[in-house]
Ligand binder design. Sequence first.
Ligand SMILES: Cc1ncc(C[n+]2csc(CCOP(=O)(O)OP(=O)(O)O)c2C)c(N)n1
Length: 665
Amino acid sequence: MSSTRRELANAIRALSMDAVQQANSGHPGAPMGMADIAQVLWADHMQHNPSNPDWANRDRFVLSNGHGSMLIYSLLHLTGYALPIEELKNFRQLHSKTPGHPEYGYAPGVETTTGPLGQGVSNAVGMAIAEKTLAAQFNQPNFDVVDHFTYCFLGDGCLMEGISHEVCSLAGTLGLGKLVAFWDDNGISIDGHVEGWFTDNTPARFEAYGWQVIANVDGHDSQAVADAIAAAKAETSKPTLICCKTIIGFGSPNKSGTHNCHGAPLGLEEIKAAREFLNWPHAPFDIPADIYAGWDAKVSGAEKEQAWNETFAAYQKTHPKLAAELIRRLSGDLPADFVEKADAFIQQSQDKSENVASRKASQNSIETFATLLPEVLGGSADLAGSNLTIWSGTKGISADDASGNYIYYGVREFGMSGIMNGIGLHGGFRPFGATFLMFMEYARNAVRMASLMGIPNIFVYTHDSIGQGEDGPTHQPIEQVANLRLTPNLDTWRPCDAAETAVAWKSALVRKNGPSALIFSRQGLPAQPRNAKQLSHVAKGGYVLKDCTGIPDVILIATGSEVGITVEAAEQLSVLGMAVRVVSMPSTSVFDKQDADYRESVLPKSVTKRVAVEAAHVDFWHKYVGLGGAVVGMSTFGESAPGAALLKYFGITSDAVVETVKGLN
Ligand SMILES: Cc1ncc(C[n+]2csc(CCOP(=O)(O)OP(=O)(O)O)c2C)c(N)n1
């Protein structure tokens, strides 16, 4: 006899309570509460192939309430992914594939890292945008080669987080008809019953965003859930929120419905009682064969993928160029001639020797690179005219026509960055998104998540210092560049002119294993002369821009808008008879990755007289100038005044650099 839906769902409950008990930490409540919903979705609807987690046209599943990680681990194990029961027994242990929260790249089938509440749903919105745009660009009559749903589970916590507003609002505007979110409406968060802190009318909120809302679904009634999913899929022009009433910790007779089963093991006694309540007599981690058989999606998944493969093969025959381009884009490979063309543009930018703001130079780079790379999906958080992110080929995406290459994100920095991560994870695109450097802080955790997951997204930040001027200290970044530089796996570039800007863009685009932050000035910057060797060394993150004969008396290190004044200071010091070297250091992390010989050739240890110059927080630079060195920079907030006046007032001038050098012992 085949297992009932409830019996299948109970396998998730048992695995979750037992794994959390064994780890002595974790969250059994949400997996036990959402098990019945998950069973219907995964058994009847998910288009996936456990034997090939990378199948391009799979449905995406995002567990935005990532603390309930045992839910996804149970699902992946039971449906037949390469996640053996030993991995579930090792829940939350070092080097297991089942870390405390679902981490991208550990268990096959985990589409994104979740845990920071609200960000999972932002990734899901990004994936749904990617699907819709890729479909609009590649599908042809009779060939829906891009055609999948994005499903997202989320809890009260995700809905309380502001980012859920940013992204669900945009999802409504963009009419993401293949996005289906399931709200785990269990009335509980960590501090207890949510009535004291979360009383929104959630259905009305989502209706106001333009979503289809299916309210009052009993999340333990499989038929009701099945009907809701069918209605969600039938609505193709709006995203759907299915509001599921559930009991947290369903099955635990004494702890269900309370926050006691949220973030701690149930305890052996209570687990025993739950086994009786659920009529689950099996030992921990012992799943009967008929339950495995009921869950197994390997055969049906392989068939689904095979059917798609056949469609794709026919598409390939009828539309060979499009098919080849789709394959290239999904692989993340750049066109074969990209590097050559990019290098020609870099040389051109050098030869032109134009004095421009680096944000303008960035726009020139975008113009060239986005024309070469149709996978570039740009955007800005309502600052396109200031960030200079529009190029001649820009076409915005909309609900009715998603085939474009640019997202008007509106004033949603965090949402933009979380969406970009979802787009990047989906594949087929190279997203960039822009705002003022100052407002990176609103988006900070999504930048960290891109770095943690190794997504090669490009974060564009303009108006990078007090040099931005009149808007005043609220808009003038001080500590933000250091913050970005301290983020592991993020390459931060602060180029000093058009040639360095072109190199920064190229480096970000050829990078495959992590994101880049590109930092640009509002104000104009002088072009620096370079010979071929110097130009080729820009990509190393730091290089000798101006040298002296013999061993330098002093090394000046500068980035971005301060390179110009540093070169001027070096000239003044040379007149005074000093041997001065100027090092331009557009990317410290990239420079740090160079071999020891190269780094020594740029910053010889024997030269201890060093001054770093950057209109940002001074503290970051001590690792390069050492105890004997000094830093010309900022350690206070800025002021409101024209940029040039501020740079003078705060002592970020060539004269100040000269005086600082004279003051070194
Ligand atoms: C941004 C963020 N803030 C706080 C937390 C800590 N945290 C984890 S779960 C949780 C409560 C979530 O409540 P809910 O979504 O209702 O989950 P449930 O209790 O139903 O499992 C909190 C505050 C977090 N993971 N992320």
